[in-house]
Design a protein around this ligand. Structure first.
Ligand code: ATP
Ligand code: MG
Length: 216
């Protein structure tokens, strides 16, 4: 079996959109691909993400390094010029999970709030994720993948998370939880949504009164 370092990823523009081309002479199976990189499973608990652009590898490894020891993030094992070896996370993503089992549990709501707070503490520029990038691992523990934009994209409130939760039918469950547990943070998010330009597709956040009344 060839070494995973023999895997390479390049990009081309097809119809105005970036598309990745994978060259994989190894036997490691590809488990996912996005716009920035392709992911290959190396063992039961390790995978490698290979990027077309070394800068993306740098930024993803930086984010994972900063998050070292935080249980919501995959462990970082090795960084190369155009790859990052990280913990392979087993389980469905939260989007698929919620499609099967509708409704956000209290534990999930609390963990989502924990994830966002960790991103703030780590001083990520993008305090955001989406349910498709959250893996429900054993024991219902949530972990977030795809951090190549964490220090490159600026977003001070988790608008993409709101959008994905709205699509998954759970936005009010989450907002209610935050309004109860951290009313100051909820007020900040509301303010950011009201101030924000170019947020036409991001749901408006109800006043805490309305939210807490509506949900009970
Ligand atoms: N640590 C991991 N454990 C298990 N699966 C993973 C892991 N990291 C990535 N994947 C899988 O590979 C896919 C692509 O990874 P990722 O989202 O990080 O790539 P990306 O190119 O940065 O994505 P985007 O197009 O959203 O920018 C994921 O959707 C997921 O299915
Ligand atoms: Mg992705």
């Amino acid at each position: 079996m060839g070494h995973y370092r023999s895997i390479s990823v390049t990009s081309e523009i097809v119809g105005g959109k970036k598309k990745l081309k994978v060259h994989n002479p190894s036997d490691y199976p590809m488990v996912g691909i996005g716009a920035q990189g392709a992911v290959f499973r190396l063992s039961s608990d390790r995978c490698v993400k290979v990027y077309d652009d070394p800068r993306t590898a740098y930024w993803e490894s930086k984010a994972l390094k900063m998050a070292e020891g935080v249980p919501y993030f995959p462990k970082l094992y090795e960084t190369g010029d155009q790859y990052v070896v990280m913990e392979y996370l087993t389980g469905p993503n939260l989007q698929d999970y919620l499609a099967e089992k509708p409704g956000l549990t209290e534990s999930f709501a609390e963990q989502l709030l924990g994830i966002v707070k960790e991103m703030r503490r780590l001083k990520f520029a993008r305090i955001d994720t989406r349910t498709g990038h959250i893996i429900v691992t054993e024991g219902g523990k949530l972990k977030v993948i795809d951090h190549s934009g964490a220090y490159r994209t600026v977003r001070r409130a988790p608008f993409m998370l709101f959008k994905s939760l709205e699509r998954d039918g759970c936005l009010d469950d989450f907002l209610k939880h935050v309004a109860e547990r951290d009313p100051k943070l909820y007020a900040k998010w509301r303010r950011k949504r009201i101030e924000g330009a170019d947020l036409a597709d991001v749901p408006h956040l109800p006043s805490p009164d309305k939210l807490l009344k509506k949900a009970t």
